[in-house]
Design a protein around this ligand. Structure first.
Ligand code: GTP
Length: 371
């Protein structure tokens, strides 16, 4: 029994082969199905083919072993083209092999006239591979072919012989199963879409600050690293502004925490309105905001910072009929091929400290202090 976990790992690894190449869950699902059905189809047709051979049912043995080869080829093609997403061809090949095999079993009766019992595989497998639309289309084509073979006048298209009741019962069951499989596929798709939307929403929420509804620190770190990769590639500058609200504790103490929250929301809006489209603002933490200015050197960053400082200073915030004078201090940091994102953040932090030391309502360094 010790080998059971090893077999399980082997099977899971086999089934997931190639799924790691894609992020899209739909593609991963399709790869999983091809791996799974390719293996099941290959094994079953191989075993039944050998069995038919030993029972001297040569025709059936040939058809089954031929299908087995087709399943194997589709798997080979699938693995070969995994990275190019050309495994659609494999999916089509598997479906065609299955449909042809099923029609042959209906026509010939298979082993002791039990062949038509396999046709119940068709609706679920077609839905798995083709989704609701493709599955319904392929199953309808199959049912039409089934009807032509089974109900052609005087059984001229049949090698086996079945009773009329048997043919119709199989047909009714097949149609019922088609509806059930279709409904199952529809619900699966709906739940899948729902989960996808939810996870996109959560992902979005995880990157936004709940209070101000601007990107949070995590989102900013992602963007800083993304932007820095471009800085290194193209050898240009980028600047960051670290903004801190002056004496914010006093606002909370004097007007209450709710007012403090409102001030932060309005400040976030004001910063956003002042910036260019390509700039990005984030709530860095508490009463601190960090702005990313791509493609911007110290001089231009200073101008932007001054504009922000003056706008805040000249536009007091109103809350419950009270007018609250606000000022901010801003530290500038610069990243280039020699200075990483982390060093730019530390620099902005030091400069913010200098701006506070200068008496607040200030930007540091000043243009004239920039070498
Ligand atoms: N209302 C509100 N207050 C916050 C929030 N986050 C942080 N604060 C408050 O912000 C205040 C920051 O105070 P300090 O770090 O002492 O700084 P300051 O009063 O702004 O003084 P300086 O930075 O030196 O000008 C603290 O009282 C925090 O409780 C928030 O989301 N909402």
């Amino acid at each position: 029994m010790k080998f059971l976990p090893a077999i399980k790992t082997l099977l899971v690894n086999y089934l997931n082969r190639g799924t790691e190449l894609y992020d899209d869950p739909e593609k991963r699902h399709r790869i999983l199905i091809i791996n799974w059905f390719g293996m099941v189809g290959f094994s079953i047709t191989f075993i039944l083919g050998i069995n038919a051979y030993f029972q001297n049912n040569d025709h059936l043995a040939i058809v089954l072993l031929l299908s087995c080869v087709l399943f194997f080829l589709s798997l080979l093609n699938h693995w070969k083209f995994l990275k190019q997403y050309r495994f659609e061809t494999s999916a089509t090949l598997i479906q065609l092999s299955l449909l042809a095999l099923m029609l042959y079993l209906v026509y010939s009766g298979g082993a002791n006239n039990t062949g038509p019992l396999w046709v119940f595989l068709v609706p679920p497998v077609m839905m798995f591979f083709g989704g609701l639309k493709g599955g319904l289309r392929n199953t309808s084509v199959f049912i039409t072919c089934y009807c032509i073979i089974m109900f052609y006048p005087e059984n001229q298209l049949l090698e086996a012989s079945y009773t009329h009741e048997f043919k119709t019962r199989v047909l009714y069951s097949l149609i019922t199963l088609t509806f059930l499989s279709g409904y199952y596929e529809y619900s699966r798709h709906q739940s899948f879409q729902h989960v996808k939307q939810l996870s996109a929403k959560f992902e979005q929420q995880a990157l936004r600050d709940h209070l101000t509804d601007i990107p949070n620190r995590r989102a900013m770190m992602e963007q800083l690293n993304y932007e820095y990769a471009r800085v290194v590639r193209n050898n240009y500058d980028m600047s960051i502004l670290l903004i801190d609200v002056d004496f914010f504790k006093k606002i909370n103490d004097k007007y209450g925490h709710q007012c403090g929250d409102e001030v932060l929301i309005k400040l976030a809006k004001s910063f956003t309105a002042t910036l260019r489209k390509q700039d990005m603002i984030s709530r860095w933490g508490g009463e601190e905001f960090l702005i990313l200015l791509p493609h911007t050197g110290f001089n231009d960053a200073f101008e932007v910072a001054e504009k922000i400082r003056k706008t805040i200073q000249q536009n007091p915030i109103t809350f419950d009929d009270k007018t609250i004078e606000i000022t901010v201090s801003i530290g500038i940091g610069k990243a280039d091929i020699h200075h990483s994102v982390d060093s730019a953040i530390s620099q902005a932090d030091e400069h913010l400290y200098q701006a506070k030391e200068e008496g607040r309502d200030s930007v540091y360094p000043k243009v004239d202090k920039i070498a």
